[in-house]
Design a protein around this ligand. Structure first.
Ligand code: CP
Length: 305
């Protein structure tokens, strides 16, 4: 089992590699909770490049690297040459000679793929328009903590065809579970975009209630990026019936969990009753970004320990 060089999409790792990684997440999280120092990345440097805003991704990578004994440097495209036309290939050559691991949040997957192809050090996808693998890593670890293995289970995705839903589709193929997807007319997913092998791990539903029926996990995401709500009036109207509510949760299995990667708009993609209710595990999910990314950095930089 070779250690992968980069983490750009969920399908970059095999099921066996995820089994190992989730074991490390558990170990690292338990150690952190006991306040036991663990510094395997002493003196290592993480460079974080952000072309889009972030709270969770930035905090979890920066705090995670510090807790593992290393340091983290934040670059945004406004204050660096990255936003002024420097070729991404050149930036990758330079940044990867001064650091040990790079995390990038950018728009197009092509940018992060080109950066990785020219990097001497591991590159991690901190979100592109296409995929958000670190978030799904945290989501699945959270599911495992609460309900055990996700293999054979059913996830209902209600809402937009975005980087989260496409990454769920990839994860279902790698880890062998089902995703029931419901998106509004005109906003449907394109399974080819997820680069799936076509092993039938997802089903499409016109009715979001039907997608939730029998699900072990119901999950959604914002309909419009935070800060851009006013520009998206048409989307808000189209998505109005795709708000996860108590009726959808009641259609799911009795022990079903609710997840949301956050930030959330209560009253739009999810009711306050659901996100603040007993089936919601959104705070565990957010915290687990820290623990999964620590294990991910350890794995990419040190291999199996
Ligand atoms: N869920 C997530 O990626 O949050 P941020 O945008 O705050 O990083």
């Amino acid at each position: 089992m070779n250690t992968p060089r980069h983490y750009l999409q969920f399908k970059d790792f095999t099921r066996e590699q995820y089994d190992y990684l989730f074991g490390r997440v558990r170990w690292i999280k338990d150690k952190f909770k006991r306040y036991e120092p663990y510094h395997p990345l002493f003196d290592r440097t993480l460079v974080m490049i952000f072309e889009k805003a972030s709270t969770r991704t930035r905090l979890s990578f920066e705090a995670g690297m510090q807790q593992l004994g290393g340091s983290a440097i934040y670059l945004n495209t406004r204050d660096s040459q990255l936003g002024r036309g420097e070729p991404v290939e050149d930036a990758a050559q330079v940044i990867s000679r001064m650091s040990d691991v790079v995390m990038i949040r950018t728009f197009e997957q092509d940018i992060i793929d080109r950066f990785a192809a020219n990097s001497r050090v591991p590159v991690i996808n901190g979100l592109t328009n296409e995929y958000h693998p670190c978030q799904i890593l945290a989501d699945i670890f959270t599911f495992i903590e609460h309900r055990g293995s996700i293999q054979g289970k059913t996830v209902a995705w209600v809402g937009d065809a975005n980087n989260m839903s496409y990454t769920w589709l990839q994860a279902a193929e790698v880890l062998d579970f089902k995703v029931r997807v419901s998106t509004p007319p005109g906003y449907g997913i394109d399974p080819a975009r997820a680069g799936l092998a076509g092993t039938g791990h997802f089903e499409l539903f016109a009715d979001p209630m039907e997608a939730c029926r029998g699900a072990d996990l119901v999950t959604t995401d914002v309909w419009t990026s935070m800060g851009f709500e006013a520009e998206n009036d048409a989307r808000m109207k189209a998505f109005a019936d795709w708000c996860v509510d108590a009726d959808m949760m009641a259609a799911a299995n009795s022990g079903a969990l609710f997840m949301h990667c956050l930030p959330a708009h209560r009253g739009e993609e999810v009711t306050a009753e659901v996100i603040d209710g007993p089936q919601s595990v959104v705070w565990d999910e957010a915290e687990n970004r820290l623990h999964v990314q620590k294990a991910l950095m350890e794995y990419l930089m040190l291999g199996k320990v």
